[in-house]
Design a protein around this ligand. Structure first.
Ligand code: FMN
Length: 372
């Protein structure tokens, strides 16, 4: 209750100030201290205590990982980290769409850069080695003005992979001009090769660090097909579907809808789940071992469950935490467990991807898997 109350007041502040306060309170330990609820999930060699994660963008500098431990997420993704420090776009650059339970951001990879972020990771890993109970993915992206963006990915994986349970390649922020060009198969292969070269060159020869790829929701079927094929051929572990959207649906209500940037939160749910579901069908049909991580509009246990029914092994959220507060991880995991009881499901892998599309998935989540 107290956290709802605090969230309500913090939400009155401008979004970047509110975010700074959240980070500070996690840093000093003024945050819920929950006992981890275990709902084991595995992707390749990584064992997740539960399938719910905090998405990239919340802790861009890997500064508050320890604080997030107690919020009942099974994992988090820090970053996006770039090689050099970067201020990002001029402020204001984050906008709430209260009526739509959404956010538009055009941050532009504001972060302290890989050398400073590495110091935070060194500190964190002293007591929390890779492969522990709480999984930490490191999300990487190039500097806006870099003369060689592909090489940026290599430098980042070289510098940071030894601290990562997985590396997440971000090619999908809409706020770095032309970054999404890396969705094209040949360009994508160059990026993945660069990340792999970085792994080979890294201190501990971390060639085995799993690689995830985070993609945009604003792509067509042909592009999705090519990305999946490339990811499979390159032996990537997972696709994260998706980043924020540049689309503005006519149903949006808030005055901020015309702000430039990526839209996240509730209005992204159907779009990102549609793409997730399509990816799941392709992967199943081709018998690929690529796994799926869902992000986009997860706001409660129904939407999280619907992502799993649409094919997700793991589910991430960010925007909903800014609206609902730090108890959201706990509420969603408890809610998923109650839905599993309702549906007499002992293991999430038994229902993963059983819905044929996102509409069926949400109906099944709301009314039971037998209802459709
Ligand atoms: C303020 C803000 C900043 C974000 N920054 C990043 C980022 O740096 N890197 C990234 O890969 N995704 C970033 N994201 C996207 C989220 O990780 C997530 O993919 C997206 O918001 C959809 O999930 P949601 O609807 O639960 O927020 C950001 C999102 C928000 C709202």
């Amino acid at each position: 209750m107290i956290w709802k109350f605090i969230t309500y007041f913090v939400r009155k502040l401008n979004p970047e100030t509110a975010h700074k306060i959240s980070l500070l309170s996690l840093k000093i330990g003024f945050s819920p201290k929950l006992n981890l609820i275990v709902l084991p999930t595995t992707i390749k060699s990584i064992n997740f205590s539960n399938p719910l994660g905090l998405a990239a963008g919340f802790d861009k500098n890997a500064a508050v990982i320890k604080g997030v431990h107690h919020l009942n997420f099974g994992f988090m993704e820090v970053g996006t980290i770039t090689p050099l420090p970067q201020y990002g776009n001029p402020k204001p650059r984050v906008f709430r769409l209260n009526e739509d339970q959404a956010i538009i951001n055009r941050n532009g990879f504001n972060n302290i850069g890989m050398i400073e972020a590495r110091k935070n990771l060194v500190e964190y890993r002293k007591k929390n080695p890779v492969g522990g109970k709480f999984i930490v993915g490191i999300n990487i992206g190039p500097n806006k003005n870099s003369s060689d963006r592909v090489n940026d990915y290599k430098l980042l994986s070289q510098e940071l992979s030894q601290f990562a349970d997985y590396i997440s390649i971000n090619i999908s922020s809409p706020n770095t001009p032309n970054l999404r060009d890396f969705h094209e198969a040949k360009q994508l292969k160059k990026v993945i090769d660069a990340v792999k070269n970085g792994l080979v060159n890294s201190n501990k020869n971390n060639i085995q660090v799993p690689i995830f790829l985070k993609i945009a929701p604003d792509i067509d079927d042909i592009s999705l097909d090519q990305i999946i094929k490339t990811a499979h051929l390159q032996n990537l572990s997972a696709l994260i579907i998706s980043n924020t959207t540049i689309e503005r649906h006519s149903s949006l209500q808030s005055k901020n809808i015309y702000e430039i940037g990526g839209l996240s939160g509730k209005p992204l749910f159907m779009k990102s789940t549609n793409l997730l579901s399509k990816a799941n069908q392709i992967i199943k049909a081709k018998n690929y071992s690529l796994q799926l991580v869902a992000a986009g509009g997860v706001s409660d246990h129904y939407t999280a469950y619907a992502k799993i029914l649409s094919g997700a092994n793991l589910v991430q959220l960010y925007t909903a935490m800014t609206y609902s507060g730090p108890m959201i991880g706990d509420n969603i995991i408890n809610g998923i467990i109650s839905l599993m009881k309702r549906d007499k499901v002992s293991d999430l892998k038994n229902i993963r991807g059983i819905a044929s599309d996102e509409n069926i998935a949400i109906k099944m989540a709301k009314n039971g898997i037998q209802s459709v």
